[in-house]
Design a protein around this ligand. Structure first.
Ligand SMILES: [Zn+2]
Length: 316
């Protein structure tokens, strides 16, 4: 019989002691295998525990983050709703301003363009995030891009409003908008009338203000003096040329204090009331023309004495 036996020999450091252990080969293999199996099982179990606990804490952290994100998204959705309401208000005010400024309203088509686009990417995001049920992320992002567009639109609209305003501000300076004399009643209005001297029906191309001789006469808008001097029935007369096609005429004056070609401001004194030309008593004959056509001057001044006085006081 072959002795299936191995020997383990232990030798002390100083070589004095020697210990010999006899062990059969299959016993050695068995014990090494047992040791390896136990080592692997325990190792795997331990490793699993470590991995699981770290995964668990990561899961918990992600869950917390997710909850927080959902809450933030809900807050955001409330804020977006508020913003939406505010922009709707701005849009309404914008429409009103545009109407006042004589600009067309922004039609709803212009406001709606671009809404609903680029849906695909947002839907994809929803699927990845898993937020779909609680927070409609795609809807929020759509609303945000809509708000972005509306804000851009409003910005453009305000710019055009501002430009229009500046343009009008300039043209308003040249629009006859003052009572040429602060006192005195309108003794003869614009239109058909029985002429006091000719004793026939004649079209009265201006309005007459009955007032004392020497009452100051003011330019009703910014402009250039086009004519001064004696002119038939008008007597001593001033013609002012304003920008944008307006012209004003002042007749029957006793005194003229401006020269031809001079620039005058609205409210600046240009002469004094008199009784020159075809006139029976001191009064101012005042005409407003637009592109050569006579307009009713009554439509081009306010009968508000305080307002008129303020305009005159600013210049003189
Ligand atoms: Zn008249």
């Amino acid at each position: 019989m072959i002795k299936d036996e191995s020997r383990l020999i232990f030798i002390s450091k100083d070589h004095r002691k020697i210990k010999e252990v006899k062990i059969s080969r299959w016993k050695l293999i068995l014990s090494i295998s047992t040791f390896l199996i136990v080592f692997l099982v325990v190792g795997k179990f331990g490793l699993d525990m470590i991995v699981n606990s770290s995964l668990n804490s990561e899961m918990k952290r992600l869950l917390r983050t997710n909850m927080m994100l959902q809450n933030r998204l809900q807050e955001m959705s409330h804020k977006i709703k508020t913003l939406n309401g505010q922009i709707a208000k701005i849009a309404t005010e914008d429409d009103q301003l545009r109407t006042v400024m004589g600009l067309p309203k922004l039609d709803s088509d212009t406001r709606q363009v671009g809404i609903g686009g680029s849906d695909y990417n947002y839907k994809f995001l929803d699927q990845v995030s898993g937020f779909e049920a609680k927070v409609d992320l795609s809807k929020q992002l759509r609303t945000i891009s809509q708000l972005e567009r509306e804000i851009k639109l409003e910005k453009q609209s305000y710019q055009s409003l501002l430009q229009t305003f500046y343009k009008k501000q300039d043209s308003l300076k040249y629009l006859p908008a003052l009572r040429p004399v602060l006192r005195g009643v309108v003794s003869s209005p614009f239109g058909m009338r029985f002429h006091p001297i000719y004793k026939v029906m004649r079209f009265h191309e201006g309005v007459d203000f009955s007032t004392h001789r020497g009452t100051p006469v003011y330019a009703t808008a910014d402009g250039i003096v086009k004519f001064t001097g004696y002119n038939g029935g008008y007597g001593k007369m001033i013609i002012l040329n304003h920008k944008y096609g307006f012209e004003t005429r002042y007749g029957h004056l006793s005194k003229i204090v401006v020269r031809r070609g001079q620039f005058v401001k609205r409210g600046e004194k240009i002469g004094e009331v008199g009784n020159t030309g075809l006139s029976t008593a001191p009064h101012l004959h005042y005409e407003v023309l637009f592109r050569g056509k006579h307009l009713n001057p009554a439509h081009y001044f306010f009968d508000d004495q305080i307002l008129n006085q303020q305009v005159v006081a600013k210049v003189n």
